[in-house]
Write a protein that binds this ligand. Sequence first.
Ligand code: ZN
Ligand code: ZN
Length: 333
Amino acid sequence: MANDALPFRYEQHLVTDEDLLGWRVERAADGRILAVFGPCPNCGHLTRQNVEESVLTLDYAERAAGAGEATPAPLPPPTARMTRICDCACNVAHANGSAKPVMSCGSWWLVTIALDEGAVVPVRAATDASLLPALRAVQEVTTAEESRLRSSAEKWIAAVTALVGLFGLTGVVVGKDAFTGLSPWARGCAGGAALLAAAFAAAAITQSYRAAYGWPVVVDLGNDQLLTTWFAGRRTHLSQAAAQLRRGVRWALAALAALVVALGCIWFWPRTAPAGAFVEVTRADDSTVCGTLLDSTTERGLRIRRPNGTVETVGAAELGPVRIVNSCAGGTG
Ligand SMILES: [Zn+2]
Ligand SMILES: [Zn+2]
């Protein structure tokens, strides 16, 4: 090998099966493909390429099944092979003009790995150039994987907070006191509408957040068929995200309408009994009258409506202690 390594130059190297004859596949104990390695077809130095069998991406919707594709005769079918981009990483200094030497000759090429562990030629030259955009996308996603997940998670935290806050809001609208004195019909109307509002709002938030930030999923790219399918799905995700956003807005409007109905039931449904504290009046003979206080019709006396509807008048002469009570449990006096 020459002392002077080839100058660095970033370009695709069109490989042949012969170029990759010395290439081998590195597998985990369970047979999973970890990496491929062999001499760089351009500079001849040993290089190694890690292989990701799956990537973490953000799923925007269910993907349509990918269409089948014609298979070049000599290679295994797409489901039995895995194509990847190899970048020379020979770790040998290659001159780079006047700049600092680069630890790579800069060439990249496509390899097709046979998934079958018993394949005679494990690594071959790729013939399907149409995979290149998808392979570039894999590289992109792989390098940004962690930051994408993190930022997606951050956004979802806000979504979860919004969901929890929603229950607080419905709690205020349909608080315990809001039902005091309401007829069962009004309670049913308000409670049902508030429940619907919560459900609609949850759907709205989930849909719009999914549209905006996706749902983190691990996608299996273990063979070329799966890769093509994944890439086809990626390209349609924009229109799917738009549809999700539209659905999200509609759900939000429905939630708002349901909340308005719930509020209407609480505010405008006639109440059967006036809200207010009960009074318990003890007469001089120790008998008690409990109920709600009414306007007096005479100057010296209290009028009290018992819970059963009868109205009693307690004159000033027989008036004993008066207490404010929360309810009229117990005797009728
Ligand atoms: Zn090299
Ligand atoms: Zn090289």
